[in-house]
Design a protein around this ligand. Structure first.
Ligand SMILES: NC(=O)c1ccc[n+]([C@@H]2O[C@H](COP(=O)([O-])OP(=O)(O)OC[C@H]3O[C@@H](n4cnc5c(N)ncnc54)[C@H](OP(=O)(O)O)[C@@H]3O)[C@@H](O)[C@H]2O)c1
Length: 357
């Protein structure tokens, strides 16, 4: 009987992965390491009767209790580490406390309980300020990272690669929506930026027409993870879970959104123009002007976007050749996800969403 430990099960990826693995492996047992009993109790009923095969253990990555001796963790086969502080705005020490030191603690725990493999869910943006084609074998970016989240996740990857346990690292791109329906259950920087455009509040965005925007679905990421975690060949490998060559140029992404919105006569009447695209220096000037003159709400949103926006001035394309070869399927095209997602967001009035970085 397979036994799996998952961190971050109350989050977007960990929750969807747990749900998928429960369905795919009807005899497997799961232990979820979660920090909030309240959040777990809110989630567990959605798993139905399968929740009986899941044991929660409460711990915080910043101060992990000594839990290695617990029977729930004995003889685990796989340890899947999804939990992270996904906010882009944390100071470096706070991001490191959860994402780097927390990963170190989970590696130690996985080794203590004798797990056979540690699967680390990283991010494609550990590439930081690197541009061009990004290979899975990545060096420390010469000009660093755009935010502390990226850096803390890069540093965690280094710990995983150096650990005395079999490992696999996956690096998803930005998750835009749940699946082909375009349903969005977690709001991130992409949705925030598009919402600003929709409301006519974005006169400038960072990046240029050709900047690749790599978007994936939760379904693809969890499907890939479910496949990779059982593959012997995935040991010691790093995989981009990205659209790669199919990433959507920023200009095309905006054209598609505006074409969709213009089909609505009420929206069209407002004659909202497409934002100009600017280099980093110009975008920073725009940000400064917003901080000096705009209302509080716009200031807050623009400040939040400012932790991610510079990333669009470091255009990159993620190499997915090893992922595509081993999985035998590819990420859905961002164009198809976007079209479904934009329709859905508008129909749902951009509401009812959980918020992440
Ligand atoms: N979503 C994306 O677009 C995306 C893209 C690339 C990579 N990733 C990576 O995928 C992984 C999962 O991301 P996600 O989108 O699912 O994130 P999320 O929805 O923000 O969930 C984060 C999870 O980590 C848990 N967590 C945070 N701080 C913790 C702490 N101090 N101790 C214990 N648990 C803690 C959260 O618990 P609470 O419920 O208690 O807050 C939650 O379960 C992360 O490693 C992220 O870096 C995500």
């Amino acid at each position: 009987m397979m036994k799996v430990v998952i961190t971050g099960a109350t989050g977007l990826v960990g929750g969807a992965l747990l749900d998928r693995l429960l369905r795919q492996h009807p005899h497997a047992r799961f232990t979820v390491l979660v920090r909030s009993p309240l959040r777990w109790r809110a989630l567990a009923p959605s798993l139905g009767s399968a929740a009986a095969r899941v044991s929660p253990v409460y711990t915080d990555l910043r101060s992990p209790a000594s839990i290695g001796h617990l029977p729930e963790l004995a003889s685990a086969d796989l340890f899947i580490h999804c939990a992270a502080d996904t906010s882009f705005s944390r100071p470096l020490e706070q991001a490191r406390a959860v994402n780097t030191a927390g990963t170190q603690a989970m590696l130690a725990l996985a080794q203590e309980i004798g797990a056979h493999r540690f699967i680390y869910v990283s991010t494609a943006f550990v590439a930081g300020t690197q541009t061009g084609e990004i290979a899975p074998a990545l060096r420390r970016p010469v000009d660093g990272w755009v935010n502390a989240y990226e850096q803390s996740k890069f540093e965690a990857e280094e710990l995983v690669r150096g650990a005395a346990i079999e490992w696999t690292i996956v690096r998803p791109a930005t998750i835009a929506c749940d699946d082909a329906t375009g349903q969005v259950s977690q709001y991130n920087s992409v949705h925030r930026a598009l919402h600003l455009c929709y409301r006519g509040l974005a006169s400038i965005l960072s990046g240029d027409e050709a900047t690749p925007i790599d978007l994936v679905t939760t379904e693809y990421v969890t499907g890939a993870l479910a496949r990779l975690l059982l593959l012997p060949a995935a040991a010691g490998q790093t995989y981009h879970l990205c659209a790669g060559v199919n990433a959507l140029p920023l200009g095309e992404l905006l054209d598609r959104c505006y074409a969709h919105w213009r089909a609505n006569s009420d929206w069209r009447r407002r004659a909202i123009p497409r934002p100009a695209l600017a280099d980093l220096q110009t975008y920073k000037l725009f940000e400064q002007a917003v901080q000096e003159t705009a209302d509080d709400r716009l200031r807050v949103i623009t400040r939040a976007l400012g932790y991610f926006a510079p990333q669009l001035c470091y255009p990159k394309q993620f190499d997915t050749s090893n992922t595509d070869a081993v999985l035998g399927f590819r990420a859905p095209t961002p164009a198809s996800c976007l079209d479904a997602m934009i329709g859905r967001l508008e129909r749902d009035h951009w509401t009812g969403l959980r918020s992440a970085a």
